[in-house]
Design a protein around this ligand. Sequence first.
Ligand SMILES: [Zn+2]
Length: 370
Amino acid sequence: MNGIVAIGLAGMAAMAGLGWWRGWRGLRFALALAAGWCLGLVPALTGGDTASGLRLWAAGAVLLALVGGYTALIARLRRRAAANAETRPGVVGHRPAAASSSAPPPMSEVELDRYARHIVLRELGGPGQQRLRRARVLVVGAGALGAPVCLYLAAAGVGRITIADDDTVSLSNLQRQVLFRDADLGRPKIEAAAETMAALNPHIAVNRLGRRITEADVELVAEHDLVLDGTDSYASRAGTNRACVAARVPLVAGSIAQWEGQVTVWDPARDAPCLACLFPEAPAPGLAPSCAEAGVVGALPGVVGSVMALEAIKLIAGAGAPLRGRMLVFDGLWGETRTIALRRDPACPVCGEAVRPRSSPPPSRSPRPA
Ligand SMILES: [Zn+2]
């Protein structure tokens, strides 16, 4: 009996040492199995007979080796998938600067575990997660829509996120801006947002930009693969749209009022309309009241901002059909959604043929800050 237990313990120690050295995680389960086998089942089955105990232990060891080998094989396949060269088109692949930037190091075991639910998705997989990791995204406005956008992009592992906002957290924000806590009152939104995002995912970089985005920010926009705009004034949205059109960067736009919200992807560089194709001029005063004037239900930006983050993930990874040339309208009061087809306006004052021929090259790029 003692001999069998000693052999079992020695075998377990050897496997534990191997597992620790190789960083196997499935081995914990296998070791628990082996412990039960050696300490309980083998002596009980053999009645203390050393020879038959050894045979049973050998059978257990073979089982254990199979489990360990399978675990190691799966880990190796996951690593290979993660490091695999990209084959599907996404906005990251479309951006010349991103395509020429050096490939990031392979994902660590911790990152593979963190993004495991992405990696098993056929439409994302290892290459899709690597694209998210390499992506540089500009989030305009850290308000109601910016909150779920920032949280989900950070959680999804989007490698570099720039947040542009010049506002501070006020009490009336907390009813819907779930990025902030009561203790953040009075703090700059970009500070509180960056802190929350870093706490959520330490594997990403968050750049803080304490100002608004205007049409003059073409160079800044061109340093990003994608822009998400959740601001609530036409002037701000029109400025971001102009900068994105000039830089040929897709713009995921969301808006909310009261119980209803809309999401679309403005992208004239890829034959979708821009904001000005549909809305060339600011609405008449009173026709599009802001959330402060008209009110907005707290959970609505959670829905609309999450759809924006989802569109960003799809665009970056090249998955599915993004809302290019389509607008998703969500009516929260009646629980209805509908999709409206949108067309480019050839005479658009921002992206029309007269203003910007489609064959024009993207603007030159300044080196990205480290
Ligand atoms: Zn246009």
